[in-house]
Design a protein around this ligand. Structure first.
Ligand SMILES: [Zn+2]
Length: 417
């Protein structure tokens, strides 16, 4: 674990290190990415003159729509020949999110994930199973590499049926499970339905990713599975998981601020909030080469915790709060935008229905994206048949784009709220 413990500098030195990394990120972004250059020029920011961290506040935010607008490679800060891996994830605009990694970036992500897992006590005696939906498949790869780097035996990512998952838990005896809270809850219900006592399983650690969770849920998971839960926070855009993680105190998440600079802003006006206030988490990358993010608005709610943690690590600690500051829905850790769903409807149906509603619903405890489309009396029955076929194509498009299951229903207009 020592090799992951990089927090040896005193606060003054640490601030200087963060400033130097920030200067280097801003300079690189300015020189190599026209998007960043234009925005800094507009605000009169000369990155070579940034001499304190607070100067960052003069630079405009990056939002998810900018990732879509610069599709596919517009935000890369290195030439493609230096890119070793390209990840694509469901976007929230009209295009997928495309991110790249240099060799150095891949090594960095491996280190970031290893650090987070090591803080959850994962070591080389562990068997670690990854169970993530298709929409979070990239994270699955990152967890695999991070866990392998600390010598754990890894069962790589496949989201199994609950029965098969239970079989894996019983027969392969993983000690660590990396999954979303939604899947863990379903698993707990299934384990109880099958009359299995959590103490019969070897599982002792559940790493929860993709969604914020509450104490009651954690308590239930821990009691039923006889395991300890750990929260990891990541972004599919940065790109990577575990950039904030719980240490052994499990009292807030430490942001890996050797590599990410967190800010908390007022989501309404973008102003930086005083330490301790709840607001929107904004992140700037300090180390990634290929895909720098400068003041990226995450849409996640958090606050910075003031008091030092009981552990000896001095990384900034945040409380990850439920809910979002934007209108994205989160289904099994995958972010989905309503405006993009409108586009899918339009494409599949040939028109945008006046009445439409989107929900996250559960069926037998499984979260689904539910789409309700209003159909009026003006349609003849054969037209309804045609519509029903098209509805099927909406379902397929949503599942294809996001990798999460969807149900689409036609509904009488009077039933809309
Ligand atoms: Zn701590």
């Amino acid at each position: 674990m020592e090799e992951h413990d990089v927090n040896v500098c005193v606060p003054g030195e640490r601030e200087q290190m963060v400033l130097e990394k920030l200067q280097s990120t801003l300079n690189r972004a300015f020189r190599h990415v026209p998007f960043h250059q234009e925005r800094m020029r507009e605000k009169g920011v000369d990155p070579s003159r940034v001499d304190r961290i607070e100067a960052l506040a003069a630079i405009p935010f990056m939002e998810r729509r900018h990732l879509s607008e610069n599709y596919p490679y517009g935000l890369f800060a290195v030439p493609l020949r230096d890119i070793l891996r390209i990840h694509t994830a469901p976007g929230t605009g009209k295009n997928p999110t495309v991110t790249g990694y240099t060799a150095q970036d891949l090594k960095l992500w491996q280190e970031i994930v290893s650090t987070a897992l090591a803080h959850a006590g994962v070591g080389q005696d562990d068997i670690l199973q990854i169970s993530l939906d298709r929409g979070l498949a990239n994270w699955g790869r990152d967890y695999k590499q991070g866990a392998e780097a600390i010598g754990a035996s890894v069962i790589p990512n496949t989201l199994l049926s609950l029965e098969k998952q239970l079989m894996v838990l019983r027969d392969y005896r993983p000690t660590v499970l990396v999954t979303t809270p939604s899947y863990a809850i379903r698993l707990v219900q299934h384990v109880a339905d099958r009359g299995v006592d959590g103490r019969e399983l070897a599982l002792r650690t559940v790493v929860m990713v993709g969604e914020a969770t509450d104490d009651a849920t954690r308590d239930l998971l821990e009691r039923r599975l006889s395991a300890v839960t750990w929260q990891h926070y990541g972004l599919t855009e940065v790109p990577g998981p575990a950039l904030a993680f719980e240490c052994e105190s499990r009292n807030g998440l430490h942001v890996n601020d050797d590599h990410f600079l967190p800010e908390i802003v007022d989501p309404a006006n973008g102003a930086n909030l005083p330490r301790g206030s709840a607001g929107e988490l904004v992140l700037t990358t300090l180390s990634t080469r290929a895909f720098p993010l400068v003041r990226f608005r995450t849409g996640d709610r958090a606050r910075i915790l003031e008091a030092d943690c009981a552990c000896d690590c001095r990384l900034t600690r945040i409380e990850w709060l439920p809910g979002r500051t934007d209108d994205l829905m989160v289904v099994r850790g995958v972010k989905i935008s309503r405006s993009q769903l409108d586009q899918i409807l339009c494409r599949a149906l040939g028109f945008l229905p006046q009445q439409r509603e989107f929900f996250v619903t559960r069926h037998h405890g499984r979260p689904f994206l539910e789409v309700r489309v209003g159909v009026g009396d003006e349609l003849f029955s054969d037209e309804i048949k045609v519509l029903e076929n098209r509805v099927q194509s909406v379902k397929e498009a949503v599942e294809e784009d996001y990798g999460v299951p969807a149900v689409v229903r036609l509904q009488e207009p009077r039933l809309f709220s």
